[in-house]
Structures are given as C-alpha cells and as structure tokens.
Design a protein. Structure first.
Length: 135
C-alpha cells in the first residue's frame, strides 16, 4: 500500500532570508520570503513556521505562525515574515504546502541554527538580491 503512494518532489520553490531596512527598529532585519522560480502558479499556499533548538544549553521552541497566500505567480516572491533577531540562533523551519494544478505538494525548509548571517549570503533567484536560500 505504501509503495503505491506517489509523493511529488518540490522543485523551483524555495524559502529565502534576506536583510532589509526596518523603519520600526531603525536597523536591518532578516525577513523570510517564499520564491516561486517555476513556470506554474502555486495555489492555496499555507506556510507554518517555527524555531527550535538550544540556547545556552537549554531547549527552546517558539510558537508556530501560520500564513496563507491565495496564489504565488511564477517568477515572483512573497514576504512571509520577520525573522526575529533572538531566534536566528535557532533552527528556523518553514513547512510549505501548496497546490500546483491538481497536485498537492509540501516540503519542509530549514535554516540551520546560526546559518542566517551576512557571511552566508548569495544572490537569490527571482529577487536578484543578496540573501540565504534554502532548497
């Protein structure tokens, strides 16, 4: 029975972190983006984010945040959320679920603890800005 279940592979969809100026904090802050680098729109997108890991030897976990987007067009990106500076030291996970046509896709994108920093930036597809990409 399990062998009959086909789980489609998520391709050309990424989660990225990039720094932008934040007028409220008067400093650069990290934001998470969903990037659709494919040729088809993503429909009924649901993203659940959370952070977990160790800080000073103590297990920490944030609450889960949920985001929904009706459609993410091909070759575009949407801002998901602010990544709070205090959780950059944790693993930041984004569970992304969407439809492409009549097929349901989902994938977990994880920024490893400490990976969100200026030393790890590369040019991001679609946005053409410097940031950190998780495939």
């Amino acid at each position: 029975m399990k062998k009959d279940i086909i789980i489609p592979k998520v391709e050309n969809v990424y989660v990225a972190a990039l720094q932008e100026w934040n007028d409220d904090f008067m400093e650069k802050t990290w934001y998470a983006y969903l990037i659709n680098n494919g040729t088809e729109p993503l429909e009924s997108v649901i993203i659940v984010s959370s952070a977990y890991g160790l800080i000073d030897g103590e297990e920490r976990k944030t609450s889960s945040l949920r985001h929904a987007f009706v459609e993410v067009l091909p070759g575009t990106a949407v801002k998901i959320e602010l990544i709070e500076t205090s959780v950059v030291a944790l693993n930041n996970a984004f569970m992304v679920t969407f439809f492409k046509g009549n097929t349901l896709y989902d994938n977990k994108f994880v920024f490893k603890a400490g990976s969100i920093n200026e030393e790890n930036v590369t040019e991001l597809p679609v946005l053409f800005k410097d940031g950190i990409l998780v495939r």
